[in-house]
Design a protein around this ligand. Structure first.
Ligand code: CA
Ligand code: CA
Length: 166
């Protein structure tokens, strides 16, 4: 996957850094985006650029990040119990018993190919996009009305006109 400038990802990095506080790798920049199916980290001393990887590179036994944050099985809560229904979590990573899919995969155990349409920002700017198997849904933010593709704020149609009499 591609490289990104770390400043663009500041918002995503901050919350996860907190979780890794107790880790001995606390100085490595590392973030996880489960919703979009990837993680990112340093690949050398530089924190300016981060390499993005698909989720299945977590806890796979190969150190992809500079200081190995992607292999911190305990901190990441990597588990092997995602095969309860008989299928394995292959195109993703099993975290705390839930299979999280790589970008491009969906279904209970990430065994169905699915395009994440939300990547292309199909919804209104005032709507939240949820990726679903074979499709996606758009929901207007609270306080906005519409089908999600077009959302409108509530209109205030009361006008008060003050006329000053002299
Ligand atoms: Ca790895
Ligand atoms: Ca989809």
């Amino acid at each position: 996957m591609q490289q990104v400038h770390s400043q663009q990802l500041h918002k995503q990095i901050s919350p996860f850094k907190k979780n890794l506080k107790s880790s001995r790798f606390r100085n490595e920049v590392f973030f996880l985006n489960l919703e979009d199916g990837y993680f990112g980290c340093q690949v050398n001393e530089s924190t300016d650029y981060l390499q993005l990887y698909e989720l299945s590179k977590l806890c796979d036994g190969n150190q992809d990040c500079f200081l190995g944050s992607d292999e911190l099985n305990k901190e990441l809560k990597c588990t092997n119990d995602c095969d309860k229904d008989g299928t394995q979590c292959i195109n993703g990573v099993c975290l705390n018993g839930v299979c999280h899919c790589n970008d491009g995969w969906g279904g209970c155990n990430c065994n169905v190919q699915d395009d994440n349409e939300c990547k292309y920002r199909p919804c209104d700017v005032f709507a939240h996009c949820t990726n679903t198997l074979g499709s996606f849904t758009c929901t207007c933010f609270p306080g906005y009305r519409g089908d999600g593709l077009h959302c409108e704020g509530k209109l205030h149609t009361t006008y008060i006109i003050y006329v000053q009499l002299t």
